[in-house]
Design a protein around this ligand. Structure first.
Ligand SMILES: [Zn+2]
Length: 407
């Protein structure tokens, strides 16, 4: 009797599954189905930089090989990408009144350009402000575009600007970029630490972001800044595009201790798919010196006019063609996810590609190829529930918590 029950218990789900055809799925079909069913969100790309280019149209299918970048609304749909955070990125410039005013104007202009570009295609996408927006757009088959700010430089030393950007729709702020600013120390400033973490003003910025319900992004900031934020922030924080330092020793990545601390605080790390952060590079001196010369020529890409920036981008692409770098691949990326799951847990990892800011690996060169990450996760035995968490559930949990803290 016991055996019969056991057999039935095994048999019934099998019959049920085969009648739905699910048990006959190939790995590829299964991955595609899961990719379509779950909400997918990528928390970092620098696509707004392309909006300045006349020949670039966000509502058309652009070609990456021909300088059309990694993201547009059509390729988002091709790649089953439901939602993305587009970054209002500004390179760190002079921290004086003039510099602060200039970067503020630049940030406002970028926010405007994102809204008007997306606004031209209401049938394809919407600008979004709340976590629920992405789910309702998904039901309508529309893309969701959220706005984040990479580098708190446009806040300057004026705390009131945090609310100005919030009112304009900014939902996360990466506190700094590659250099220290008035908020905190960067992980990569050659001059080293200035405050050993957050500045006094930076502490106020964190509290103001908590009050308004803006996500605090710890990508790019130094380890001491990270721990200061964890101590001070009343809500969980995100790393919008960072990897595991244990697998790729780059100061931009999070150590195991940081991963544990981020998770304990309820936050999430969004895996970056930028080769430099995924895999330690093999030596390539000719390439290194060519790029060092380019950086020198264009002042490390800081304080450039639009025209100079466009020229820099062209020369950058030419060097990429002349000295092609061996890219990391999707399997390398998923190694980081495995590692984060092992160290911090399945509830604390997501994806933030850094497309159009250097992101893109073999097998996932642009947003149309996002499904390959899901395929690799399926091959490694991740369940649909786990994949749903990685592709958006974890991030949305944090986003909702930060939004409900508001008031
Ligand atoms: Zn970045």
């Amino acid at each position: 009797m016991k055996n019969l029950f056991l057999n039935l218990a095994v048999l019934i789900p099998v019959l049920f599954l085969s009648s739905c055809g699910i048990s006959d799925e190939s790995l590829e079909q299964k991955a595609q189905r899961i990719h379509d069913e779950v909400l997918t969100i990528d928390t970092h790309c620098d696509t707004p930089m392309y909006l300045k280019m006349e020949e670039f149209d966000i509502g058309k299918r652009n070609n990456r090989e021909e300088g059309g970048g990694c993201v547009d609304l059509v390729r988002m749909k091709d790649g089953g990408m439901d939602a993305m955070f587009w970054a209002v990125f500004t390179g760190q410039g002079p921290r004086d009144e003039e510099g602060n005013q200039r970067v503020k104007a630049e940030a406002l202009e970028i926010i405007d350009s994102i809204k008007s570009a997306v606004g031209r295609y209401p049938e394809l996408a919407n600008i979004c402000y709340e976590p629920t927006d992405a789910y309702s757009n998904e039901k309508e088959g529309k893309r969701s575009v959220y706005i984040g700010m990479e580098n708190g430089y446009p806040i300057g030393t004026d705390l009131g600007m945090v609310e100005v950007y919030y009112d304009l729709g900014i939902r996360y702020i990466t506190l700094c970029h590659t250099r220290n600013n008035d908020i905190c120390d960067s992980s990569t400033d050659k001059k080293g630490p200035e405050y050993d973490g957050l500045s006094e003003f930076g502490e106020e910025v964190v509290q103001e972001m908590n009050r308004l319900g803006i996500l605090i992004d710890v990508s790019h900031i130094s380890d001491s800044s990270f721990y200061d934020v964890i101590r001070l922030s009343k809500t969980p924080v995100i790393a919008s595009h960072s990897c595991a330092r244990a697998l790729c020793d780059n100061p931009r990545n999070l150590s195991d201790e940081m991963l544990k601390s981020l998770a304990k605080h309820g936050g999430v790390i969004q895996m970056c798919i930028f080769t430099d952060y995924v895999k330690e590079p093999e030596p390539y001196p000719a390439r290194d010196s060519a790029f060092a010369a380019l950086r020198e020529k264009f002042k490390d890409f800081n304080d450039l006019s639009d025209k100079e920036m466009e020229q820099a981008r062209k020369e950058w692409s030419a060097l990429q063609r002349e000295y092609p770098r061996k890219l990391a691949n999707v399997s390398d990326v998923v190694d980081h996810i495995d590692h984060i799951v092992e160290v911090a847990g399945i509830d604390y990892v997501g994806i933030g590609t850094d497309f159009d800011g250097g992101g893109g690996v073999e097998g996932c060169r642009d947003v149309s190829e996002m499904g390959n990450i899901t395929l690799e996760l399926v091959k490694r035995g991740y369940t649909q529930k786990e994949i749903e968490k990685i592709w958006g559930g974890n991030f949305m949990r944090v986003f909702k918590e930060v939004r409900s803290f508001q008031k």
